[in-house]
Write a protein that binds this ligand. Structure first.
Ligand code: FAD
Ligand code: NAD
Length: 159
C-alpha cells in the first residue's frame, strides 16, 4: 500500500494536538504529537507513539518521564514550533509541574512516568502512568486532513 494513501486515510481521523515535553541533563525538548490516547483508569495510563527517527525517542528513554500538553486553539504556533514547521529558533519559557517542564497555558498537562514501552514497526509506544495533571477551561486545537482546525460549540460561537 502507498504511504500517501495510508496517511490520507489516517488524516480523516480528527484529533487534538499535543506537545510532548521531556528533560535530560537540564535540557528541555518538545515534540508535537497527535498519536495520543487514554488507556486505563486504574492505574491512570496514557499512550504516545514516537517515530524511530525522532530525537524525542532517546530522550524519553533516558529521562523515563514525559509530559503531554494538550494544546488550546490559541497554541497553534506551539504545534508548529515543536513539529519543525516554524524553522527559526524560538526562546520558549517552560513552566514546571511535578518536576517536569510543561507548556504554559495548555488545555491539559499530564505529568507521566514511563510505565511500559513497546516497539511497533517504525515507532515506539510509551505507556505513561499519570502522576498528576492540571487543566484549564478553554477550547482545543484540532487537526483534520493535515489542517489545523478550531472546535467550537456553534451556539457558543454565535453568542
Ligand atoms: P526536532 O525535530 O529536533 O524538534 C522539533 C522542533 O521543536 C524543532 O523545530 C526544535 O527547534 C523545536 N524544539 C524542541 N525543543 C525545543 C526547546 N526547548 N525550545 C525551543 N524549541 C524547541 N511524530 C511522532 O513521532 N509521533 C506523533 O504522534 C506525531 N504527531 C504529529 C502531529 C502533528 C499535527 C504534526 C504536525 C507532527 C507530528 N509528528 C509526530 C511529527 C513530529 O512532530 C516531527 O517529526 C518533529 O520534528 C520530531 O521532533 P524531534 O524529537 O525529532 O526533534
Ligand atoms: P499527514 O497527511 O502527513 O498525516 C496525516 C495522518 O497520517 C497523521 O495525523 C497520522 O495519523 C498519520 N501519519 C502521518 N505520518 C505518519 C507516520 N510517519 N507514522 C505514522 N502515522 C503517520 O499530515 P500532518 O498530520 O499535517 O503531518 C505533518 C507531518 O507530521 C508529516 O511529516 C507527518 O509524517 C508527521 N506526522 C507524524 C506522525 C507520527 O509519526 N505518528 C503523526 C502525525 C504527523
Amino acid at each position: 500500500m502507498d504511504d500517501r494513501l495510508f496517511k490520507t486515510a489516517m488524516g480523516k481521523f480528527a484529533t487534538g494536538v499535543t506537545v510532548i515535553t521531556t528533560e535530560v541533563d537540564g535540557e528541555v525538548h518538545g515534540m508535537t504529537a497527535n498519536a495520543f490516547m487514554s488507556v486505563s483508569i486504574d492505574p491512570k495510563l496514557v499512550l504516545i507513539s514516537i517515530a524511530d527517527k525522532a530525537r524525542m525517542l532517546d530522550l524519553i528513554k533516558q529521562s523515563g518521564t514525559f509530559a503531554v500538553n494538550i494544546l488550546t486553539e490559541e497554541q497553534q504556533e506551539m504545534s508548529m514550533i515543536f513539529a519543525g514547521q516554524i524553522k527559526e529558533n524560538r526562546d520558549i519559557e517552560f513552566e514546571r509541574f511535578e518536576g517536569m517542564p510543561i507548556i504554559e497555558d495548555s488545555l491539559v498537562s499530564l505529568a507521566c512516568n514511563v510505565y511500559d514501552t513497546h516497539v511497533a514497526g517504525d515507532h515506539t509506544l510509551f505507556v505513561g502512568e499519570v502522576q498528576n495533571l492540571q487543566l484549564q477551561d478553554s477550547d482545543p486545537l484540532a487537526i483534520y486532513q493535515g489542517k489545523y482546525k478550531q472546535i467550537r460549540d456553534k451556539a457558543t460561537s454565535e453568542v
